[in-house]
Design a protein around this ligand. Sequence first.
Ligand code: GYE
Length: 308
Amino acid sequence: ALLVPTAFAQVDPSGSGLTIGFAQVGSESAWRTAFSEAVIAEAEARGINLLFSDGQQRQENQIAAIRSFIAQGVDAIILAPVVETGWDEVLQEAADNDIPVVIVDRNVTADRSLWVTRVSSDFVHEGRLAAAWLAQATAGDCDIVELQGTVGSSAALDRQQGFNEVIALFDNMEIVLTQSGDFTRTGGKEVMESFLNTMDPADICAVWAHNDDMLIGATQAMEEAGIDPGDDILTISVDAIPDIFLAMAEGKANATVELSPNMGGPAFDAVVAYLNGETLPDWIPVAGGIYFPDTAMEEYEARSGGGE
Ligand code: GYE
């Protein structure tokens, strides 16, 4: 059965006075850190008592955090899940304690009755956008190496799906090597080094990374191998973190698909709406664009707070 609040608490629209537990994935990427900071700042501005847990990219840590939030009797839980599967049991425990759960960012495959709504971008769309740009840039002729995100995460699965759907429309676009770099800079660098040792770099047209940090790691690997990233090998990635704009301004990267880190506001709004008895849609989408070197310097300055 769907969670139904027993009493409509008349929560202040800001959420002021609520205690909310936030089970975050970790701090694997610059995007993730920006997202954590945005949620913490938003909670502070609203007078929400936020209990923050960094799961260090491990599902068992996130499950333990949720159990601790339940034990502390929080008003609601926000979960940014590391992987898609394996959440039913702990989400059932939250439901049994009448604690609503809002999913942010990556998805879960858990029973629909166990979560209130999901606030996120459309990862499949991000993959499609990335591939559409690359198809245009290469006239549909490109051998691609892929740096996947965390295995089993919806961000990796969906970005891969969207990208592959689009390249399937072109006879001469193909993924020639693919491996996970776990969404980290060091992971991206290591995997790219092994790619460059596995095949002749001259046969690689582009690197497609599921996030900017892995791509930046890959640019380091390419430079150390005497290859010009952004020129000898094209690059496309996702997130739009400040450092990718710097890389684009320096000619080392070609394009990034934007992922907004500002999901705290909509997530808190969803918690309040639910507690006040409103019905929520399955999905609250967050939009993003695609960026290129021509605007990189101004975007870098705007996004890094005036280039500090
Ligand atoms: O792209 C990456 C982060 O889940 C969509 O997670 C998110 C991804 C994001 O580590 O940088």
